[in-house]
Each structure stands twice: as C-alpha cells, then as structure tokens.
Ligand binder design. Structure first.
Ligand SMILES: Nc1ncnc2c1ncn2[C@@H]1O[C@H](COP(=O)(O)OP(=O)(O)O)[C@@H](O)[C@H]1O
Ligand SMILES: [Mg+2]
Length: 269
C-alpha cells in the first residue's frame, strides 16, 4: 500500500505547492516511486510545476528523477448512483490507480475549503500543513486573544482535520500524523516570531500535531518554478558553487524530510 501524504492548509500562499514539489522530488531522487495529484483543479500549480520540469529536462537533454503527475480521471456522471458525489469518485479512482505502483502518493490541496480537499484529508497517513509566520494565517488553525498569547478555540481548518481524524478512526485506519511546518520565516520581527512559536507550541499539544522546521523566506523558491526545479537539482543542471543561501535551504529541506519520519525513507542527500 502506498503511503499517502497530503499537503493542506485552507490559506493560499502558505507554500503548499512549493513544499509538495520539494517533498515529492526529494523522495523520487532517493529512489522511491512517487505519484502526485493536484486538487486545485483550476490553478493546478503542482501539475504545472511537474510539466515545467519535464519540458525543461527534455529541452536540456538531462534525465533527473521526477515524480509522476496525474490529473484526476473524468467520470461519467450517469454512472453514479443517486446521492453519490462525483468528486469523491474521481479522487478514489485516482488513488486506486496510483496505489499499486507507488511507494508514496502526494496530494496537493487548494487554498480553500472544498469537498475534494476534505475527502483527501481523511485519506492522509501524513498531513503536512505549511504555515506562514502570521497570526492571519494562524487564525485558520485557532483563534487567539488580542495579545496573541492565549488560545481561545480551534478554528475552521483544525475542525476539518478533526473530522477527517474521526472518519479515519471510524474506518479503523491509523491516525493521521499531522505536521505543521513554519514556512517563509524571516529574520525580521522577533517579537511576532516568538509569539507565533509559543502559540503553535501550545496549540500542538491541545489539538495534536507535531511541528517541523520549514523554509526561511528565500528568493530562490520563486525562481525554480518555471524550470520545474527544486533545490536538490541545481548541481545536476550545472550550477557551480552553490551560494550560502542555497546550501542553507538544502539543509532546511533535509531537516524537513527527516522530521516527516516517512516509512522506509533514509535521508541521503
Ligand atoms: N520559503 C519561501 N521563500 C520565498 N518564497 C516562497 C517560499 N515558499 C513559497 N514561496 C512563494 O510563495 C508563493 C506561494 O507559494 P505556493 O507554494 O504556491 O503556496 P500555496 O500552494 O500554499 O498557495 C509562490 O510565489 C512561492 O514561490
Ligand atoms: Mg498551491
């Protein structure tokens, strides 16, 4: 059975697609079979990212491990029974197709609440939630008091994950390993950073997630997408003498993959 990794957060711009591509490519580079799905059917950022990679590598005549990307299959509405949801069927058909041949299925979710995203969360063995260092983003996980110090109550996204956990428990599945990853951290504003850290720490104990180190804010992430590259590919395309920032970013990716603690994965880059 493939291990299902879902990357979700109802907030756009948190870094879901960036994290998705980096995790999927890192796993492919370590020799695992990885199939990916993109549930943002309109933007398809992850699908575009993989397309860009295949086009760039073909043009340069370079062969690099690449995660496979699959569109959700179309399903004929008339084959559904009354009350059956077409999105549920498209997702389960996609997962069923990928399951036998892959070690991992990575599912990138849209930055909004959709039926597809909700169902995907209940399929997650591992759930990665990238989170920007801002209380506006934190608000989807939990509401805090005016000082950002006391947690008042869990919020919409946490409630959705809670429901997904209930569904899995009812179906007798293993609990979701939920990991919140702080992304796009900057050196500025130490006060906010410390407050966020404390709030995430408190919330993690209350609603049950782990935290993992994410990426600092780095220009390189915005430059990789058009060529479909990740931090791990730079040497292979002939970038000589990686600068300090790229070396540090690689280390961040290594630490992230390690802390995901995925089955049969030994981090070797
Ligand atoms: N650590 C980072 N540093 C700088 N830019 C980042 C970082 N992570 C993501 N970005 C940029 O932020 C934007 C949103 O990222 P994306 O992965 O598309 O988020 P999401 O999928 O959650 O909407 C993109 O332009 C991406 O290149
Ligand atoms: Mg995205």
């Amino acid at each position: 059975m493939a291990h299902i990794i879902v990357v979700g957060n109802e907030k756009g711009g948190a870094g879901k697609s960036t994290v998705s591509m980096h995790v999927a490519t890192a796993l492919a580079r370590m020799g695992h079979m990885v199939g990916t799905l993109d549930l943002d059917l309109r933007q398809k950022t992850l699908g575009r990212y993989v397309d860009n990679r295949n086009a760039f590598l073909a043009e340069k005549g370079i062969n690099l491990p690449t995660p496979a990307y699959h569109d959700l299959p179309e399903i004929d509405q008339s084959t559904l029974k009354p009350g059956e949801n077409i999105y549920d069927h498209r997702l389960s058909a996609a997962v069923a197709e990928l399951e036998p041949d892959n070690d991992f299925i990575l599912i990138d979710c849209p930055g909004s609440h959709t039926r597809l995203s909700q169902v995907a969360h209940s399929l997650a063995d591992t759930l990665i939630t990238p989170l920007n260092d801002s209380f506006i983003d934190f608000d989807l996980l939990a509401h805090v008091d005016a000082d950002g110090e006391k947690i008042k109550r869990p919020s919409v996204y946490s409630e959705m994950v809670w429901q997904a956990r209930q569904l899995r428990a009812q179906a007798g599945l293993e609990p979701i390993d939920w990991i919140v990853v702080r992304n796009r951290m900057g050196a500025q504003n130490m006060v906010n950073k410390k407050k966020m850290e404390a709030a995430i720490e408190t919330l993690s104990r209350r609603i049950g997630f782990r935290t993992a180190p994410g990426f600092n804010e780095r220009v390189i992430f915005r430059e990789l997408f058009p060529r479909g590259l990740t931090l791990l590919d730079l040497k292979d395309i002939g970038v000589k003498g990686l600068n300090m920032s790229n070396v540090a970013a690689r280390q961040e990716l290594r630490d992230l993959i390690k802390s995901l603690d995925l089955p049969n994965v030994t981090v070797d880059f």
